[in-house]
Design a protein around this ligand. Structure first.
Ligand code: 4AD
Ligand code: MG
Length: 476
């Protein structure tokens, strides 16, 4: 018999049908009721086996074992489900020794413990919900851009450039670590390396996306990016996924509109398609918040928070306004910030979160940052001090999006690159777009895991990517 997914049975609630289901045992009670989950949805199906079944079979129905069940869908007598399966036969596909299985679901395992057994954590309700939501968000990203005629461009993962100019790159090399070929001055001779030059994993696909935008008009990338920054926080990964749209003829205002529409759309799509998962995650968050001191609790439940974001315009302020708000805040006056505030600082997470969580209580787009704290490619404003940058800050996360209008004027761009010691000869291909039919254009990068965090309410970024890469950790 062809396998039916548990989701379909629970959705249609059509009784009388003969089905085969396959999945993993979540629990087994009274030698009679098996809760089986196949990952197609949050819910388990209850399988009822006849009393007096074979002893050996009963013994091998343990949490974690995989089973195949043939039976009939019948109205359930028990509470909690409308239908269940009356089993004709139960076959154990793969046994699971309860003495050795590290995932015992009875007493809720902590997220920290589950991180250590990340190869098994997909089998919990929480991670099932998180990764189904992650999938839907990824699909919604592609749907949003496809529906608007953007070309999905696969930008390289191995590159010789540092798009952000921050020097936080992982080197890619096949040179031997012993007897490394060296130049006369002792430096490593990368001419001998695989690519004949020094290469690294990309920190961003933006520069190549800009090349595409100069032909297709509207492109986006959605791929892995890598940063060797030694930040052990709940919002940083060394390997994360980023979505980077780049649009010719867009200025900074169009860029903000696009980013806002985009965020609203993917949240709305997920609210529509993963209701059950989000409701579970909302409840999980309420339980988690109860463990926190009152002052740190967020007062808006997850789904209401998402609906608020969907239905309200984001606040738009300049960096200068933001600094003034911070300087006038009770938090600043009472010296509650760890880091000082003054015009010119790169705002710390505590500052960003104050703005969105305490002051505006909604997402905020900050524009016009000082040029000295931003990348070389951002368009310089007429004041000579600021650039047409935009960061989107959201409650609970801080920076979700970073973007800008790009410097399309060759002379200004070259000058800025020289000031910032970005090699202009090597980057001739980037500068060529400014030589051959340059146009104003803009784009941004949205950190996909931070989006998943925002939508699922998961506090730690390590819990929204299947196998997180962080300093001193590359298990699995
Ligand atoms: O602000 P960032 O560094 O901007 C860029 O990379 C631009 N090239 C984007 C563009 O204009 N096309 O990074 C963009 C976003 C951040 O706002 C954040 O959400 C996420 O990427 N991000 C990280 N997410 C997880 N771990 C990290 N270490 C991250 N660094 C940045
Ligand atoms: Mg940024």
């Amino acid at each position: 018999m062809k396998r039916t997914k548990i989701k379909d049975i629970l959705q249609t609630e059509q009784t009388g049908q003969q089905v085969n289901i396959k999945g993993w045992v979540r629990s087994f009670r009274n030698n009679q009721f098996i809760a089986v989950n196949d990952g197609s949805c949050m819910g388990n199906i209850q399988v009822v086996i006849e009393l007096g079944a074979d002893e050996a079979l009963l013994k091998s129905i343990t949490t974690g074992a995989s089973v195949s069940v043939d039976g009939t869908v019948i109205p359930s007598l028990g509470k909690g489900q409308k239908v269940e399966i009356k089993a004709d036969s139960v076959t154990i596909l793969g046994e699971c020794d309860p003495e050795q299985f590290p995932l015992q679901l009875k007493n809720r395992p902590s997220l920290e413990y589950l991180r250590e057994i990340a190869h098994l954590r997909f089998r919990t309700n929480t991670f099932g919900a998180v990764f189904r939501v992650r999938h839907t968000l990824a699909y919604a990203v592609h749907k949003f851009y496809n529906d608007r005629g953007f070309v999905y461009l696969h930008t390289p993962i191995i590159t010789a450039s540092d798009a952000e100019g921050a020097g936080e790159m992982f080197r890619v090399s096949t040179l031997p670590t012993e007897d490394t070929p060296r130049n006369e001055d002792g430096s490593v001779n990368y001419k001998e390396d695989f690519f004949g030059r020094c290469t690294n994993l990309t920190v961003s696909g933006q520069l190549e996306a800009e090349l595409g935008a100069m032909a297709f008009g509207e492109v986006y990338t959605f791929g892995p990016t890598f940063r060797a920054e030694n930040s052990n926080t709940a919002r940083h990964l060394a390997e994360f996924w980023m979505i980077e749209p780049e649009v010719a003829f867009n200025d900074i205002h169009d860029n903000m509109d696009l980013a806002e529409d985009f965020i609203r759309y993917v949240i709305g799509y997920t609210l529509e398609h993963n209701r059950e998962d989000l409701e579970f995650l909302a409840q999980r968050l309420i339980d988690e918040e109860k463990q926190k001191p009152q002052a740190e609790r967020s007062d808006t439940p997850l789904i209401e928070k998402l609906e608020l974001v969907m239905n309200n315009k984001f606040e738009r302020i300049t960096y200068t306004d933001a600094i003034n708000i911070l300087l006038e805040s009770p938090a600043y006056k009472k010296k509650k910030f760890k880091y000082d505030v003054s015009w010119g600082i790169d705002m710390q997470s505590e500052h960003e979160r104050y703005l969105v969580e305490k002051h505006f209580k909604k997402p905020v787009i900050v524009t016009g940052y000082p040029k000295d704290i931003k990348a070389f490619y951002m368009r310089q404003n007429d004041d000579g001090k600021t650039v047409a940058a935009m960061d989107i800050l959201v409650p609970g996360i801080g920076e979700l999006v970073g973007g800008s209008q790009r410097e399309e004027r060759l002379d200004k761009l070259t000058q800025r690159m020289n000031e910032m010691h970005i090699p202009t000869e090597e980057m001739y291909w980037y500068l060529d777009t400014r030589r051959f039919g340059t146009v104003l254009h803009a784009g941004f990068g949205l950190g996909f895991e931070r989006l998943v965090q925002f939508v699922t309410g998961m506090t730690n970024i390590r819990d929204v990517i299947p196998f997180p890469r962080t300093p001193k950790n590359a298990e699995f």
